[in-house]
Design a protein around this ligand. Sequence first.
Ligand code: NI
Length: 311
Amino acid sequence: MSAASAPFELSADQVASFRERGFLVVPSITSASEVASLRDTLQQLFDRRAGWHEGAQFGLLGDADDGEASLTQLVQPVNYAPELRDTEFRRNAAAIAKQLLGDAAMPSFEHSILKRAHDGAATPWHQDEAYRASDAFEYEQLSIWMPLQDVSEEQGCMQYIPGSHRRGILPHHRVKGDQAAHSIECDRSTFDPQMAVACPLSAGGAVIHLGRTLHCAGANTTAVARLAYVLAFELPPQPATTPRDFHWNAGRASAELARRRRWLLRGGIVIEVVRRARYHELYRPRRLAFELRRLIDRVTALFPHRVVRRR
Ligand code: NI
């Protein structure tokens, strides 16, 4: 499919299924050749630990945060590989986001996750929106998760609880009760893991889920590392109308957060502003207003003791 071809469009049945279940499997979102080049590019970024000193690459579970972690994340890989800017995956994902969320849907952020071969750790059950630091705004968001090799249950494909997107934000806690862990986990008493639907996929397929759809990914016990690339989109955040309590995000003390804070204070803030202006197209007034709201959220999360919270 070329850039000039018709935009990617979900069928009415696919849209209805997504609204009903909170997630949707799409058999193919980009070409095999693009998958191969994305896999090369992202693997190289993990190999050279791109963004590590900026706090952009880190172990998700806090057990090993030195590049040897069993589950490693790179936030905004596009900052370290400009060739990721213009891809069929990105174009098709943006079209899907607008179809599902509405025309106001904008790119929110992106990340890549490397689940090591043989003993890649499981990703705990969670709702993405529960990672939000702020109780001031509500978000309507979705993620488009694409594996860069075929992914089976044994390799850690995504799993979902159908209909969980209608339950609001469920209570979470930090993995192992460890404030140094990046990852959070939904309290087991609030849902039944037996209801999980596993979503094995071919390379270049995708699964789409909402910010409140409860999901996890199993461990990787195969000999092949599991690499995934995720693009997230959201509508402009709205002031929260009901009280929200994200206590599990208070007092986070992960190593990557410390690296990020140090990098920002040593001048990285200038680079960050330029990157954001580009990623979020801040020369457009509507996008600028949108990003300013998000910035309030991010700053209060990063420097929780230095900002007086509005109540
Ligand atoms: Ni998630």
